[in-house]
Design a protein around this ligand. Structure first.
Ligand code: GLN
Length: 213
């Protein structure tokens, strides 16, 4: 029971818990001041003030989402303005198209962001690495430390997509309206600034690219 002492109630963030690193997102959201619960049913999707699609294996998560009817529920929540944040596999699931990269066997996605992603796009020899990402609109002057694990990048982005961060020439942090996506995992670094930015999207008007929230 949360005692309301005049402060804003803490937002309740649903973290999709089909597969992947959802526990790390729970810790990051709580560090950013949100409450969390794990999401495994359409009802739980509908109860969330905001949703996180974690990293993991996008084909597996996508199949499980479809099996439990979560894909339709997430599309519905998006249509109602619920902010959604996808990291890595979560970014792939949000994309409209999978542009290139490995064979994906007709992998279907939610298509909630006008982006095409390339999967596993940093090369097999570099399966994982860390890098500093400049993301001034999200995190101010201090770069965000990004953990990349068999990460995708954004190969194509439509006009409504705001590019918030790049690694070298590659787009790795984007927002479109109430949807945020990163190719990397800020939830694995102990730095909650990307999650803090995401929580501020709750209740804010959908931002179409001027980065003012
Ligand atoms: N390579 C994975 C995929 O394509 C994503 C990896 C990750 O989420 N860290 O689903």
């Amino acid at each position: 029971m949360v005692v309301n002492n005049g402060e804003m109630p803490r937002p309740r963030v649903g973290v999709l818990a089909m597969q992947g690193d959802y526990d790390a997102h729970v810790r990051a959201v709580e560090a950013a001041g949100g409450e969390t619960f794990l999401v495994r049913t359409p009802d739980e999707v509908a109860r969330a003030d905001a949703l996180i699609l974690p990293g993991g294996e996008s084909t597996t998560i996508g199949k499980l989402m479809a099996r439990y009817g979560l894909d339709a529920a997430i599309k519905q929540a998006h249509a109602e303005g619920t902010p959604i944040y996808g990291t890595c596999a979560g970014m792939i699931l949000l994309a409209k198209t999978i542009a290139s990269g490995e064979k994906h066997g007709g992998q279907s996605t939610l298509g909630l962001m006008d982006i095409g992603v390339a999967r596993n796009a940093f090369g097999r020899q570099v399966d994982s690495f860390e890098a500093d990402i400049d993301a001034p609109r999200v995190a101010g002057t201090e770069p965000v430390r990004g953990v990349f694990i068999r990460a995708p990048y954004v190969a194509e982005a439509g006009p409504g997509v705001e590019v918030l961060g790049r690694y070298q020439d590659r787009v790795v942090l984007v927002r479109q309206g109430n949807v945020l996506a990163s190719a990397f995992h800020p939830e694995l670094t102990g730095d909650a600034r990307v999650h803090t930015y995401f929580l501020k999207m709750i209740g804010a008007p959908a931002d179409d690219g001027n980065g003012t929230t």
